[in-house]
Design a protein around this ligand. Structure first.
Ligand code: FES
Length: 169
């Protein structure tokens, strides 16, 4: 009888441990399903420090999985209502995807233009279309100026002004 009882309590304990382990594993799986996906975590704000930017050299950053063009204009660059003035410097930022079919245009610094190799579209250094087929200018993403930093994904005053003037889309 004593052997049967011991065996029963061993089985009971094993079952209890097995159930507890299953419960812990389920909690882990539930937590993983509640956590935001990595792609959602990356969808927030991106801060770009502009203090090291060089004139007429294109920097390509990444925001929400898209390339972002950040160009500090040369001092002799043509003025534009799409200029972003930060301190004494003037910048152009845009989502680096051609508005025709989404290729990534290349910046040609000698002529200060973006050339799209896919179908020959050309944009000026402020993203305005110089040569079709792109139907519209390069798109300026939501941004906020924070000192010498640019915060992508947040609508600051400068962005709101551009939006009101119909310049950002
Ligand atoms: S995708 Fe750029 S011109 Fe067609």
């Amino acid at each position: 009888m004593a052997v049967k009882k011991e065996r029963r309590s061993f089985l009971g304990m094993s079952l209890g441990l097995f159930t507890a382990a299953g419960g812990v594993a389920s909690l882990g799986a539930m937590k993983r399903s509640w956590d935001p996906l990595p792609s959602v975590k990356a969808a927030g704000f991106t801060t770009i420090d502009l203090s090291g930017a060089q004139e007429n050299v294109l920097n390509i950053e990444k925001w929400r999985g898209k390339p972002i063009f950040v160009l500090k204009h040369a001092k002799d660059a043509k003025k534009s209502d799409r200029d972003i003035v930060i301190g004494d410097d003037v910048y152009f930022i845009a989502i680096g995807l051609c508005t025709h079919l989404g290729c990534i245009p290349a910046y040609v610094s000698d002529v200060q233009e973006f050339h799209c190799a896919c179908h020959g579209g050309v944009f000026d250094a402020n993203g305005n279309v110089l040569k079709s087929p792109p139907p519209s200018p390069l798109v300026i993403p939501p941004f906020k100026i924070d000192g010498t930093k640019l915060v992508l994904g947040e609508e600051g005053e400068e962005y709101k002004k551009m939006k009101a003037a119909g310049l950002v889309a």
